[in-house]
Design a protein around this ligand. Sequence first.
Ligand code: UP5
Ligand code: MG
Length: 190
Amino acid sequence: EKGKKIKVVFVMGGPGSGKGTQCAKIVQQFGYTHLSAGELLRKEINSGSENGTMIQNMMNEGKLVPSDLTVRLILKAMQESDNDKFLIDGFPRNEENLKAFENHIKIEPNFILFLDCPEEEMTRRLLSRNQGREDDNIETIRKRFRVYEESTLPLVDYFASKGKVHKVDAARPVEEVFESVKTLFSSTEE
Ligand code: UP5
Ligand code: MG
């Protein structure tokens, strides 16, 4: 609805930290619209878009696709929704992503949900996921972790310096993680 204040939460965390899993539960309980940048990119590949091959190649190398492309997909999905609150999952992943987002939309995230999980546990989860994701092989997983460490974690630190980060211990079972997530989201509903 026009004029209504839009609420955005960035959901950040490493590959396999449980971003998608927790977002699905937040949607059920709190009525957000879930936009996973990775899912939007995978849909773009499957739609036979002219960018499909490029996106697929970058994902298979664990690399980040050009910011403008990802931002365009996110904005389009936001515009197609009537909702006024969004979980943006797996984005931004580096400073350039954030700049591109800010250039297109004058919205500050309300806060960042940061799912903190050790690599060992994330590796275990990704290798046993079995959902046919081409990037769930040990070579690509290692590359995804490297990009996460080099580009995404510094961005989490940046948001933390602005007091925007709510860190949750994501190494626990799904329901336990969600208990913490639930407490956080309950405290931010007005
Ligand atoms: N699982 C979940 N929670 C669990 C728990 N608490 N205990 C035990 N098991 C748990 O979970 C992963 C697996 O673990 C599942 O089997 C789940 O059941 C289990 P999931 O919720 O899927 O974790 P998630 O953090 O969403 O992992 P995902 O693999 O999606 O994270 P990535 O960040 O790697 O993937 P994404 O799709 O976001 O990005 C993929 C690629 O797209 C990137 O590598 C990059 O190449 C590209 N990309 C961009 O270029 N730009 C972007 O902005 C975004 C993506
Ligand atoms: Mg995911």
